[in-house]
Write a protein that binds this ligand. Structure first.
Ligand SMILES: NC(=O)c1ccc[n+]([C@@H]2O[C@H](COP(=O)([O-])OP(=O)(O)OC[C@H]3O[C@@H](n4cnc5c(N)ncnc54)[C@H](OP(=O)(O)O)[C@@H]3O)[C@@H](O)[C@H]2O)c1
Length: 266
């Protein structure tokens, strides 16, 4: 079965990879792309590829009106992702979303909208399959080693902190770890933020540096032992098998799924 796809944020770092990935699979057909900065230009030419004969739309609304599609892949910004998803769901187009920044409340509302429309959607804070395994293993380890800290490191163009992956990892950990305040009860921060963000008694730290892509360590400490679970995405291709799988799976869904682990056979 062919799947027609519109990519929002197609001029961005992730969006460009998605456009390339779609071009490598016969059953995936790029029918449209959204970019405010490249509006009106041929998608292929604007991205330094062979011309595709499809011009960039300037908004998701315009793209949905102009191009037929089964799926909207969104790698845009935290400020625009919710509205993009709502527009797609209302148009009967299934969102596959990697953009970070959706709150729990946003996800609840989007879940409700999907239910009303009987339409599938996938939101994944991390499409790298190795990163999903890291999250699942971290959640398992927390059953036995409840003292934990998360350190996530990303390139310095990233807008949100902590990363969606770190938040998702924390959520999965708390499913297996009752709330417990770690560290010395009288611990004091000499410099604000030195201990990182507080999440149900443990800490999440965010590092931002040029040269980094997407990395995360989950550190567990116990009496006389340490366990480190680490994942590194070394380039944006690492996310593409997960995006491809989500585009295929979302066609079988009639509700919103949050997290790639829910569509993997683990
Ligand atoms: N889930 C995952 O596995 C994963 C992996 C990596 C990144 N991410 C997330 O994916 C998102 C995109 O990352 P990126 O590195 O590709 O960012 P990026 O290079 O900045 O690309 C984002 C694109 O979104 C477009 N855009 C910006 N503001 C917009 C708006 N208001 N309306 C519509 N389009 C807008 C921009 O293009 P125009 O200005 O041309 O419109 C830009 O090219 C981020 O939230 C990031 O955290 C997720």
């Amino acid at each position: 079965m062919s799947i027609r796809v519109i990519v929002a944020g197609a001029s961005g770092r992730m969006g460009q990879e998605v456009v390339k990935m779609i071009g490598q699979h016969d059953h995936l057909i790029l029918t449209g792309g959204v970019s405010r900065s490249q509006k009106g230009r041929d998608i292929g030419e604007a991205l330094g590829l062979a011309p595709l004969g499809i011009d960039f739309a300037g908004s998701v609304q315009e793209a949905l009106a102009k191009f037929d599609a089964d799926v909207l892949v969104d790698f845009t910004t935290p400020q625009t992702v919710k509205e993009n998803m709502e527009l797609a769901i209302q148009a009967g187009v299934r969102p596959v979303v990697g953009t970070s920044g959706l709150s729990e409340q946003d996800l609840k509302e989007l879940e409700e909208l999907c239910r009303e429309r009987g339409i599938g959607a996938i939101v994944a804070p991390n499409f790298a399959i190795g990163a999903v395994l890291m999250m699942v293993f971290a959640a398992q380890a927390a059953k036995y080693l409840p003292h934990v800290e998360i350190i996530e490191s990303h390139h310095d163009r990233k807008l949100d902190a902590p990363s969606g992956t770190a938040i998702k990892t924390a959520e999965l950990i708390t499913k297996n770890r009752p709330e417990m305040k770690q560290g010395h009860p009288e611990e004091e921060e000499v410099l604000d933020g030195a201990r990182g963000a507080y999440y149900q008694g443990f800490r999440i730290h965010s590092v931002r540096l040029p040269g980094l892509v997407a990395h995360q360590e989950v550190l567990f400490g116990g009496s006389g032992q340490l366990l480190t679970i680490r994942h590194d995405s070394l380039n944006r291709e690492s996310f593409m098998p997960g995006v491809k799988l989500a585009i295929e799976k979302v066609m079988e869904l009639d509700h919103l799924v949050y997290g790639l682990e829910k569509i993997l056979d683990l």
